[in-house]
Design a protein around this ligand. Structure first.
Ligand code: TRP
Length: 326
């Protein structure tokens, strides 16, 4: 099986957009690839964070993955900062990374404009650490969202630079795997679902919260009264139906909206039952897992042990190739 790497920052509870856009994809990919999944805590030092929360967020993210179906028997789930070779390789790679390339990174421009008071070197070098994460395991594939494609392209560039500079081919050029589902919009119907905009439906939300949020969700703005005909093509709730509901329900909701035979509340109730079907088992399983933090830690320790072997091998090879090994 070919090796694949992906990582996510422990930045707090996840929502159905994260699930559909990333986690579900990771779970499915376990069938076909040797998967290495990392909780990239060192990446999250690049923006201001609450030190007291970090431990909890790492545990929480691990529990979320396990509850969603990441299987520690089949893949390696670990915390980035536990494997020192990530930062070591990053330094070596930073010495072949042109600053001109880093200057082009849109995520850096975006994040630095939002954190004017804290534009640090780590934020700038972030993509080099990401490249190190990936190639430390000689990963050939990287499942990511579209916003990360530029970083994977840069990773390939860094690999080419490294291989050329040291006249070697130890690192393969990794390819991104984009998830087929598009980013979903939040309950405001305008922006993509995001925790910071508070327009999300969380994987931790209870039934009542899901219902409240869904009932507030924007539909076709032109459909004011139940008797007004609506246009499913511009209705965000309908776009969610296309993800969650059965073919029959989708066509019935579309038809009922156009001829005003069903109202938005009724339409949302159908969707609600499907959202609950997705979220409830994940939420309950996660609560169960979180009761046993020793188990979570064991999983992460086991994951790190397996990663450690690969990481040490790669770094040995790299030290040889760059000429520092005596
Ligand atoms: N930058 C990624 C994100 O924000 C997280 C990440 C860090 C990552 N290292 C990685 C993703 C390596 C894929 C591979 O989503």
């Amino acid at each position: 099986m070919k090796r694949l790497f992906s990582g996510a920052q422990p930045t707090g509870t996840l929502h159905i957009g994260n699930y559909l856009g990333a986690i579900k994809n990771w779970v499915d990919l376990q069938e076909k690839y040797e998967c290495v999944f990392s909780i990239v805590d060192y990446h999250s030092l690049t923006i201001n964070y609450e030190k007291e929360d970090m431990k909890k967020r790492i545990i929480d993210l691990a529990a979320t993955y396990l509850a969603c179906g990441i299987d520690p028997e089949r893949c390696k789930l670990f915390v980035q900062s536990w494997i020192k070779e990530h930062t070591e390789l990053m330094w070596i790679l930073s010495c072949v990374t042109p600053m001109g390339e880093l200057n082009r990174m849109t995520q850096f421009k975006d994040k630095s404009s939002k954190n004017v008071g804290n534009v640090n070197l780590g934020l700038y070098a972030y993509p080099v650490l990401q490249a190190a994460d990936i190639i430390l395991y000689k990963s050939e594939f990287v499942p990511v969202g579209e916003d990360q494609v530029q970083h994977i392209e840069l990773t390939r560039e860094i690999v080419r630079k490294f291989n050329a500079r040291y006249n070697t081919d130890i690192f393969p050029e990794p390819q991104e795997i984009l998830s087929s589902s598009k980013r979903i919009l939040g309950i405001d119907g305008e922006n993509k679902m995001s925790k910071s905009l508070n327009n999300h439906i969380g994987l931790d939300d209870d039934d009542k919260t899901i219902q409240q949020k869904l009932m507030q969700a924007k539909t076709d703005p032109a459909r004011v009264r139940k008797t007004d005909p609506g246009n499913p093509a511009v209705c965000n709730v309908f776009s969610w139906h296309k993800i969650f509901s059965t073919e029959n329900e989708i066509s019935e909701c579309a038809k009922g909206c156009v001829d005003a035979s069903i109202g938005c509340v009724q339409c949302k109730k159908i969707l609600l039952s499907h959202m609950k079907e997705l979220i409830t088992p994940i939420r309950e399983k996660k609560a169960q897992i979180l009761k046993d933090t020793d188990y979570i830690k064991d999983v992460l320790v086991e994951g790190a042990k397996k990663c450690d072997i690969i990481a040490k091998n790669t770094i040995n090879e790299v030290r040889e190739v760059i000429g520092v090994k005596i």
